[in-house]
Design a protein around this ligand. Sequence first.
Ligand code: NOJ
Length: 598
Amino acid sequence: MRTLLLALTTALGLLGAPAWRQDDRNAAQQPVQPAPATARSSAVGNARKWWKEAVVYQIYPRSFKDSNGDGVGDLKGITSKLDYLKSLGIDVIWLNPVFSSPNDDNGYDISDYQGIMKEFGTMQDFDELLKGMHDRGLKLILDLVVNHSSDEHEWFKQSRSSRDNSYRDYYHWWPAEKGKPAARRSFFDVDGDGWELDKATNSYYLHYFSRKQPDLNWESPRLRNEVFSMMRFWLDKGVDGFRMDVIPFISKDTTFPEMPAQYNGDWGRFYANGPHVHEYLREMNAAVLSKYDVMSVAEGVGVTTADALQYVDADRRELDMLYHFEGVSLGYLPGSLKVPDPKGFSLIEFKNIYSKWDGVFADKGWGTIYLGNHDQPRMTTRWGNDAPQWRELSSKMLTTFLLTMRATPYYYAGDELCMTNIKFDRIEDYRDIESVNWYQQVKNKGGDLQAFLAAQKIAARDNGRTPFQWDRTANAGFTSGKPWLKVNPNYTTVNVAVDDVNATGCLNYFRKLTQLRKSNPVLIYGKYVLLDKDNPDVYAYTRELDGRKILVLLNFRDKAASVDTGLDMSKGKILVGNYPAPSGDAKLRPYEARIYEF
Ligand code: NOJ
């Protein structure tokens, strides 16, 4: 079966001084007091920016809070939870797409970029949400999905209507009389084919994602201007920036050559960094981004350490940050997209990847760090351990990692509760087009469906999309109706109501860590140094700024592990730990995380 899945997935192509110091052994349980930020940009050759100092919290609106009982989360639902959001100590909220959409890919197929998705509410609801955030000092970033639109967007309706329609060049068309163009893989198509024949004009259109997500043609200056004015529309409303969906894919070689052998079947890498992508991003920056004090972050699919700075070196005037896929791709079988390696992942490789990416931004640009989002399974299941005895400890350990690296953390809603994968047994429970269409592919090829479902229990995107768990009432307090996706049955014990009043629970651990990061600029700007790099069980590193030194120790295993930091541990003061009474020695308990000041 492994061979089959491999073949399938390959085919799919798919600080200043501290204001506080804790000496006693229960320090980790004490509330963290904020200290004034006095970081100097000179320490890292990187200018201070609000978005470098921010903790970004991502909300999948469909799954956060339903206000009207239709089973789908909505904007009013988010507004009703703003005090909770503020209490987390986060700064920026990223909302997945909220725009009009037929929801083939849950809003990543937009039919009107300036309209709100009916299920999510109205523009008035949006304006109230934005005001509510700003009133509380929270910023809002939106998802900019402009590699493709929905096939139900007016532009596409026009474009497909005739070969000489004025919108024809808004999309990529290939006349069928020239024969079928060179293969392009679609990540979601049931046949894996990125070209769809449209009978009306006897032409193929390009879709890297589903058939209902035709790729926009950025070669058209008119299209680019439409995108830029749409961005201004939202920025003029006061939004604080954009997360840019698959933005490295926007430029294509429109001669559509065969995929060069050097890419070795890696479609994401091949699709990224097209011939004019940096021209277009510079144009976007000059026309839009540079006019506002906003942040931009690219979903850096296909971008490597070799080309990352081309997107985010401030001197190039393109974007601010990008998030890479190298880390979250670890632990899947080589050549496959999402088949977990039965051996798990190598922590040494994990450390190497995150250290290498830190190095890219040592002097220029700025990094991001994340382990979960709407395209990923729950971080606790994937990178920690969701067995009952380890769920909280391992999840808090991962939170410690995310909040202490030199990069803007993108933290996914629900991870503050140590939420876990739901692990559906049946394809009927999945809603995600990716899982549903891959299943169909395996079936069409006579593959091992049980093995496919087993892999999806770890890797499927719906694991990260189950409704947010508010309390122990029906449907976790997410909706009074029937939830669009099943609620994880562990909601009776894993929820905000329980965790909020538990001083040592997941939620308050996250709050403590956001406070710690904010009150200690060394954790934001301080130099990162990896220690004990060949240790297969423990991730250890220091952060240093202006004479302050922080040590972070993270045991990634379900057994005790030792670490050799080369530091005199008796000199360290423990600031935070995920065990009730962290000891200062070099032996870490299972999934133990400790933060020290030296
Ligand atoms: C990346 C988004 O994060 C994902 O959810 C979506 O399916 C694809 N891009 C297509 O827009």
